[in-house]
Design a protein around this ligand. Sequence first.
Ligand code: MN
Length: 231
Amino acid sequence: MDYVFTPPATVSVPVTGLAARFPVHRIYCVGRNYAEHAKEMGFSGREPPFFFMKPASAVLAIEAGQIGSMAYPSLTGNLHHEIELVVAIGKGGKNIQVADALQHVYGYAVGLDMTRRDLQNEMKKQGRPWSIAKGFEQSAPIGPITPVAQAGDVEQAEIYLQVNGQDRQRSSVTQLIWNLAETIAHLSAAWELQPGDLIYSGTPEGVGAVVPGDTLVGHVDGLADLTLRIA
Ligand code: MN
C-alpha cells in the first residue's frame, strides 16, 4: 500500500510479563463515575453514565519501573490529575450484556485522565464540547497493562494518587457508580467496541492541580504503579 506520507506508528502500551505490546485503538472515558467526585463537581452523584473520548495519540505509555515525563500543556493554569482504573478491551462487540462484559477485557492498568480544568469549566459554562480540556497531547498517561489472569480482583481494589508523597485521591473501585461490566455494556450500546480500546473508568474524589516539578504516583491494588513527573 502506498500512502501520500508515512503513516504514524501504532500507539501501544507495555504488557506486564510480555514482550508483545497492547496496540491502542480508541480511548473512552467515563464522566463522574464515583459519587463523591460527582458531588465535588457539583452534581448529585446519581445520573446515567456518560462518555467522552481522547485520541489514541493522547496516550503517554510509561514502561514498567520507569518514571514518565509529561510536558505541562499549553493554554491552562489549572492542570488537574484524575486517577483512574483503565480497562483494556481484548475482544470487541456491540450490545454486550452485563453478564458477558468482563469476557471482553484483556487486562487492566493504572491511568491518569489529565484535564485542563479551567478550559473544561469554561466549555461547560458555554455548553461547548470538552475536547480542548480532555483530548490534548499526553493527556492519557498509562502504566503497563496487567492481563486479567494476573490482575486479581480489581473491582475490590484500593485506588489512590499521591503527589510528592502526599495523598490526593484515595478510594476503592467498589465505589464506582457504574461498575466495569455495566460500563462496558452501556458503551457497547453506543459504539461497537474493538480490541485495543481503552476505557478510563472514572475518578474518585480529590482531584486537584499539579505544577511543573510535581511527581505523581498512581496505584490500584494488583496492578503496576504509574509514576509521572510534570516537566
Ligand atoms: Mn476522568
